[in-house]
Design a protein around this ligand. Structure first.
Ligand code: FAD
Length: 344
């Protein structure tokens, strides 16, 4: 029998909490509030974090300040870095003992590896790469399942948005894309419990050992960008993409791109916005020569203001743009740059 609680796997890398984990704690707090309201306050739904690593206990307060009611901490020198078998063992033991009704993972390389292992061990479902989570009721064959997790994600190449439910088995599990859930403001006055957990691990659990980590830093962190100038296939060539870079540089923006532009070699994948790229929420997004395919829009449609420059008045990007300019970007962008330089 599961509890009403919602559990989040807190990913740490070199002792730093992954932002997606804090986004999920923020979302879990919202879902917990929703579950509680729907039960007219009868259910007290707790948000629990599971934090595994070495020397990480002092990070628990940070997780609480984003809305966790309890953090289970597992400290062990051999758990400093993620390796599948020991992390699975620790997670499984905690989840079996505390039986939450929902478990969330960031859809990072680690979350995508760990989540399915645990779903398989617990014999429950898992929806990968969700872009939204809600609580609702589901009716099937005259049976109504109340207060279950709606796991929402693009499907069939992004052509439909599917709502997936696993009503029969708990916990309901999902991995969630980075950057799609809103991060709460940190509130240091929030209180929560830190529970140290001992899990017995033996040498047989450590079949792999990390000897050295080599990390390639991302050339851009679009998730944190306030202004993005993004170029698409309409830019035409690698050389012409310099116009996008110049425009971005002049107005103090970061450079984004559609997948078609990335595939054409105009710019590296780190700059790709969309379903299989980064999800961004800048204050201003300027889409240049981007048609506005659903897979692109999935990654930028929550931008504060969207300006679209496109020579096709029927381009779908205009459906979501706050300001649209129909015309040739090779003529319009230089005018933007000129007038901006004159004004500053
Ligand atoms: C599973 C899956 C995942 C995907 N993930 C992503 C993703 O993460 N991100 C993403 O972007 N796409 C993604 N795609 C691809 C997506 O479907 C589109 O193919 C892609 O977004 C198109 O890029 P584009 O708008 O740059 O190119 P196009 O669709 O070719 O559009 C180019 C636009 O530029 C305009 N144009 C041409 N010349 C000019 C000019 N001189 N001045 C002004 N406008 C001009 C044209 O009118 C046109 O609207 C994915 C697809 C699939 C199937």
């Amino acid at each position: 029998m599961s509890t009403d609680n919602i559990c989040v796997f807190i990913q740490q890398d070199d002792g730093k909490i992954a932002e997606v984990s804090l986004e999920l704690v923020s979302k879990a707090k919202e879902l917990a509030g929703e579950l509680s309201t729907r039960s007219e306050g009868k259910k007290k739904v707790k948000v629990q974090g599971i934090l595994i690593g070495d020397g990480i206990k002092n990070k628990a307060e940070e997780i609480i300040s984003y809305g966790a009611d309890e953090v289970f901490c597992v400290e062990n020198k051999r758990l400093k870095h993620y390796t599948p078998i020991p992390y699975q063992k620790v997670m499984e033991e905690i989840l079996r003992k505390h039986s939450p009704q929902i478990v969330l993972f960031g859809a990072t390389t680690t979350g995508r590896d760990l989540g399915p292992r645990i779903a398989s061990a617990l014999k429950v479902g898992l929806t990968a790469d969700c872009t939204d989570l809600r609580i609702g009721d589901h009716e099937i064959q005259d049976k109504v399942y109340t207060d279950i997790l709606f796991q929402i994600r693009p499907a069939f190449g992004g052509n439909i948005i599917a709502t997936i439910v696993s009503p029969e088995h708990k916990p309901q599990m999902a991995t969630v894309r980075e950057g799609v859930m809103k991060l709460n403001d940190q509130d240091p006055s929030l209180k929560g419990r830190v529970t140290m957990v001992e899990v017995k691990l033996d040498n047989g659990d450590f079949l792999t050992e990390i000897i050295k980590q080599v990390k390639e830093e991302k050339s851009v962190n679009l998730k944190a960008s306030q202004i993005i100038v993004a170029g698409g296939m309409g830019v035409g060539t690698v050389e012409n993409f310099k116009l996008i870079e110049e425009f971005a540089h002049v107005i103090g923006a970061d450079v984004g791109a559609s997948r078609a532009a990335v595939d054409a070699g105009f710019i590296s994948k780190d700059h790709q916005v969309g379903q299989t790229g980064t999800t961004v929420r800048p204050k201003l997004y300027i889409a240049c020569g981007i048609s506005g395919a659903i897979q692109h829009r999935a990654g930028m449609d929550e931008s504060g203001r969207i300006i679209a420059i496109n020579d096709d008045p029927e381009a779908p990007i205009f459906q979501i743009a706050h300001y649209g300019i129909v015309g040739n970007l090779n003529e319009i962008i230089p005018q933007f740059i000129k007038s901006y330089k004159e004004k500053v």
